[in-house]
Design a protein around this ligand. Structure first.
Ligand SMILES: Cc1cc2nc3c(=O)[nH]c(=O)nc-3n(C[C@H](O)[C@H](O)[C@H](O)COP(=O)(O)OP(=O)(O)OC[C@H]3O[C@@H](n4cnc5c(N)ncnc54)[C@H](O)[C@@H]3O)c2cc1C
Length: 483
C-alpha cells in the first residue's frame, strides 16, 4: 500500500470499522458497504509470495506444549485454506439445554443461511459413481448420504485442497468472495495493518490503534466490528484502553471463556469394489470431498455431529511439521520423515472420512491473549466429552464394518484449532456471555463481534456458513439499524 493511500484512509471518520478480514469480517463489511455505509476493513497483511498461514505459537497451559496451529492468517483468514464445506445448523441446535443453545428459531436464521450460501457461492457437489457400493453399505446401516454443499466452483480438476492457494481458482473464500464484493461497491476499503488496541469511553469505542507499514496510527469511526477470530478477539477486547473512569469491558468476566474446538477424527475406509480401480482413480476418490451425512447429528437425544468425506490431505510439509510437533511417537516411525511420508501415501490411496463432533461449552476452557500477541489456551476434556469421543468411535466402527480400515485419532489433540469458537459467547447474562444475541458487546453501544468467538455452542457442523449467517444477521438486525 502506498504511504499516501494509508494516510487518506486513516484520516477519514468511517461509518463502520471492521477489524479482521476472515469470513466474519468480510461478510459484515460486504453487507454494510452494500447498504451504502463507508466501511474500512483493517486486516493483518499477507506478505507477498507467502502463504497466509498463522505464525504465532499457541501455548497449551495444561499440557505445557507450545505449537503453531495450522490456521490461516492475513487477508481472508483461515478461509483461504478451508475445506469449503458449508453446513446449516439444525433444529436441535436451537433446543435450550443447560449448556446453552442458539438464539431464536431455525426458521429465523434460514434466510441468513440462504444469503450466506449465495454470497459464498455454495453448490451441491456430485459424488462420482465409484462411491455407490460404499453408499449402499452405509444406507444398510441407516446412514443417509447427502451431497456436500461446497463454496467451490467445482471444476473438473478440483483437488479439494486444504493448504495451498491452488491455481485452479475453484475455492470461494472470504478474500475471493465477500471481501472482493465489498471492495467493488466502492464504499469499502482495505487497510493492511495490525490492530493493537481499542480505545473506549463508557463503553463507546472511539478509536482503534493500529500498526501499519507507516508506523502507529489511530482509526476513528461510528461503529466497530471485531472479527479477528476466536483465538485473538478475546485478547483484543480485554486489552482495550479505557479513556474514562470505569473500564467497561473489564466487567465482562466471560471474555475468553467457553472456548470450544470440535472433536475431529479421520477414518480410512476401503470397500471391495475400490480394489478394482486404477491407482489414479483411487487417488481421485481419496481427494473427493463430495458427500456427507447428518444421520449421526442428533441420535437418541445426544448431539454427536457430522460425518463427511475429508478430501485431500494438506501438503506433506505442513502435515509433517504439525504431526511431528504434536505427536512425539511420529519420530519412532521407521525411516523418520520418509517413513512417515510413505505411511501417509499409503493412507492417501484410500478415501478418508471425518467425524466432527460437538464440543460442549465449559466456563473453565478458555483462551488468554498474551502481551506479546501470542495466545495461551487452557483446555481440558471432561468425562462427558471423553465418553462422547469413545462412543462415536465405536459407533463408526460398527457402521463402517468391513469398510473400516484405520482411524487417525485427533479428537484429543488440543492444537486442532481449525474450528475454534465460543470465546466471546452470545447470551443475555453479562456474567456468562460477552455479546448479546445479535453480536453487540455488552456494556457497549457501538462494538460488535462477527467471528466464531460468539458461538454459544460449537454445534457439530463446519462453522463457516454459520459465521457468515451471523455476520449478515448482525448487520441487518443490529448494526445497520443504528447507523
Ligand atoms: C484447514 C482448514 C479447513 C477448514 N475447513 C472448513 C470447512 O470445510 N468448512 C467450514 O465451515 N470451516 C472450515 N474451517 C474453519 C473455518 O475456516 C473458520 O472457522 C473460519 O474461516 C473462521 O473465520 P473467522 O472470521 O471467525 O476468523 P479468521 O478466519 O481467523 O479471521 C480472522 C481475521 O482477522 C485478522 N486478524 C487477526 N488479528 C488481527 C489484528 N490484530 N489486526 C488486524 N487483523 C487481525 C486475520 O488476519 C484474519 O483476516 C477450516 C479451517 C481450516 C484451518
Amino acid at each position: 500500500m502506498s504511504d499516501s493511500s494509508i494516510k487518506t484512509l486513516i484520516s477519514e471518520f468511517w461509518d463502520v470499522v471492521v477489524i479482521g478480514s476472515g469470513i466474519g469480517g468480510s461478510t459484515v463489511a460486504y453487507s454494510a458497504a452494500q447498504n451504502g455505509k463507508r466501511v474500512l476493513v483493517i486486516s493483518k497483511p499477507t506478505s507477498s509470495g507467502q502463504l497466509p498461514l498463522w505464525k504465532d505459537r499457541v501455548y497449551d497451559v495444561l499440557n505445557g506444549k507450545n505449537e503453531v496451529p495450522f490456521l490461516g492468517d492475513g487477508i481472508g483468514g483461515s478461509s483461504r485454506f478451508y475445506g469449503m464445506v458449508m453446513e446449516r445448523l439444525e433444529e436441535s441446535d436451537f433446543i435450550q439445554t443447560e449448556l446453552g443453545s442458539w438464539p431464536g428459531l431455525l426458521s429465523e436464521w434460514t434466510p441468513y443461511f440462504e444469503r450466506a450460501e449465495a454470497l459464498l457461492g455454495a453448490n451441491k457437489a456430485s459424488p462420482r459413481p465409484e462411491w455407490t457400493p460404499f453408499f449402499k453399505k452405509m444406507q444398510k446401516q441407516g446412514i443417509q448420504i447427502d451431497p456436500l454443499n461446497l463454496s467451490c466452483r467445482l471444476k473438473d480438476n478440483c483437488r479439494f485442497c486444504q493448504s495451498t492457494l491452488c491455481d485452479n481458482d475453484c475455492k470461494i473464500d472470504a478474500f475471493s468472495g465477500p471481501l472482493q464484493k465489498a471492495l467493488k461497491t466502492q464504499n469499502a476499503f482495505l487497510l493492511e495493518g495490525k490492530a493493537i488496541k481499542l480505545k473506549e469511553n463508557s463503553g463507546h469505542v472511539v478509536a482503534v490503534e493500529i500498526h501499519t507499514s507507516e508506523g502507529l496510527a489511530t482509526v476513528r469511526g461510528q461503529q466497530f466490528v471485531l472479527a479477528t477470530g476466536a483465538l485473538r478477539t478475546p485478547g483484543i477486547l480485554s486489552g482495550t484502553e479505557c479513556l474514562g473512569a470505569t473500564a467497561a469491558f473489564s466487567r465482562l468476566p466471560a471474555i475468553g471463556c467457553y472456548f470450544m474446538r470440535h472433536f475431529i477424527d479421520l477414518y480410512v475406509v476401503k470397500w471391495p469394489e475400490l480394489k478394482k480401480h486404477s491407482p489414479e482413480l483411487k487417488k481421485a476418490i481419496h481427494a473427493d470431498k463430495v458427500w456427507g451425512s447428518k444421520s449421526l447429528y442428533f441420535e437418541n437425544g445426544i448431539k454427536l455431529g457430522s460425518m463427511q468425506a475429508f478430501g485431500s490431505f494438506p501438503e506433506f510439509n505442513y502435515v509433517w511439521e504439525d504431526f511431528s510437533g504434536s505427536n512425539p511417537w511420529v519420530k519412532y516411525i521407521p525411516g523418520g520423515k520418509i517413513g512417515f511420508k510413505l505411511a501417509l501415501d499409503h493412507f492417501c490411496k484410500h478415501p478418508l472420512l471425518a467425524t466432527i463432533v460437538e464440543d460442549a461449552p465449559s466456563q473453565l476452557n478458555r483462551v488468554m491473549g498474551r502481551s506479546d500477541g501470542g495466545v495461551d489456551i487452557y483446555y481440558a476434556l471432561d468425562t462427558q466429552s471423553r465418553v462422547k469421543i469413545s462412543y462415536i468411535r465405536s459407533r463408526m466402527k460398527h457402521i463402517l464394518g468391513q469398510c473400516y480400515s484405520n482411524i487417525l485419532k485427533e479428537a484429543e489433540n488440543n492444537f486442532r484449532l481449525a474450528h475454534a469458537c465460543g470465546t466471546c459467547r452470545m447470551g443475555l447474562q453479562t456474567q456468562a456471555s460477552v455479546v448479546d444475541y445479535y453480536g453487540k458487546v455488552h456494556h457497549s453501544d457501538n462494538l460488535w463481534i462477527a467471528d466464531s468467538s460468539v458461538f454459544p455452542t460449537s454445534t457439530g457442523k463446519n462453522p463457516a456458513l454459520t459465521i457468515a449467517a451471523h455476520a449478515l444477521r448482525l448487520a441487518d438486525k443490529g448494526l445497520l439499524k443504528i447507523i
